[in-house]
Design a protein around this ligand. Structure first.
Ligand SMILES: Nc1nc2c(ncn2[C@@H]2O[C@H](COP(=O)(O)OP(=O)(O)OP(=O)(O)O)[C@@H](O)[C@H]2O)c(=O)[nH]1
Ligand SMILES: [Mg+2]
Length: 248
């Protein structure tokens, strides 16, 4: 498999035409399959960053204030954005390359604005997403109650085979918690989606949530015809058990 370098850094856009897979725009040869998965054809010398073998688009969605931006910053930079809350305007992306079973998987992670007024912008990006991390805030009941509406939207705008994972964020905020872990588990079971709780603040399960999704996407794309489907929830349960309840 050929290799290329990942475009480093941060971008933002209010229009789907400025996709982060910018090699196409720059006239470089990339092989994009009909499902949008990118296999670069040769290494790039012009972009700084890491080599990768395969690229996927992951979108973070959920109500405003649930912690989408903080989760992404924690994953990408290992830091927590404390202090005053700056709501995302439009849409933003960051890239990260993960080593999944010796395959370098680039995730292009789109951080969407949860505010209602940006909803039409977000809709335009759903169709290109290979995976969606759907967040609620365990200290905010309304954000949990809105999950059903988010899933309806996903159903309407995203690809049918999109990987979805439900995340109950802010699990560190024990005293403010109003949504029990069991309630999150129950809802996820109802909709047949994998689930776990995270904390952008403490780092709990942040790496694991992205890794699990990357593993599923890579597996779907590269598995042998007779190989069984990757079981995302099983993988996550096993990984969490291995280190007790609180893996970061
Ligand atoms: N205690 C705690 N606070 C968090 C956590 N994640 C985010 N926050 C706080 O929650 C607020 C909102 O976080 P953001 O990441 O900006 O929320 P968002 O989902 O990106 O919001 P929009 O951009 O408006 O859609 C900020 O004040 C964060 O500091 C977490 O895991 N634990
Ligand atoms: Mg944000």
């Amino acid at each position: 498999m050929s290799r290329k370098k990942a475009v480093k850094g941060k971008g933002s856009s209010n229009s789907p035409s400025s996709s982060p897979i910018s090699d196409k725009e720059k006239g470089k040869k990339v092989l994009t399959q009909s499902n949008g998965v990118v296999y670069p054809s040769r290494p790039s010398l012009s972009n700084s960053g890491e080599f990768y073998d395969i690229a996927f688009k992951v979108m973070l969605v959920g109500d405003s204030g649930v912690g989408k931006t903080c989760l992404l910053v924690r994953f990408k930079d290992g830091a927590f954005l404390a202090g005053s809350f700056i709501s995302t305007v439009g849409i933003d992306f960051r890239n990260k390359v993960l080593n999944i079973d010796s395959v370098r998987v680039k995730l292009q992670i789109w951080d969407t604005a949860g505010q209602e007024r940006f909803r039409s912008v977000t809709h335009a990006y759903y169709r290109d997403a290979h995976a969606l991390l759907l967040l609620y805030d365990v200290t905010n009941k309304a954000s949990f109650d809105n999950i059903q509406a988010w899933l309806t939207e996903i159903n309407e705008f995203a690809q049918q085979n999109v990987v979805i994972m439900l995340l109950g964020n802010k699990a560190d905020a024990t005293h403010e918690r109003v949504v029990k872990r069991e309630e999150g588990e129950k809802l996820a079971k109802e909709y047949g989606v994998p689930f776990m709780e995270t904390s952008a603040k403490s780092g709990l399960n942040v790496e694991l949530s992205f890794t699990a999704v990357a593993k599923d996407l890579k597996h779907r794309e590269m598995k042998e015809p007779n190989e069984p489907k990757f079981q995302l929830q099983e993988f996550v349960n096993k990984e969490m058990k291995g280190v007790g309840c609180c893996r970061s």
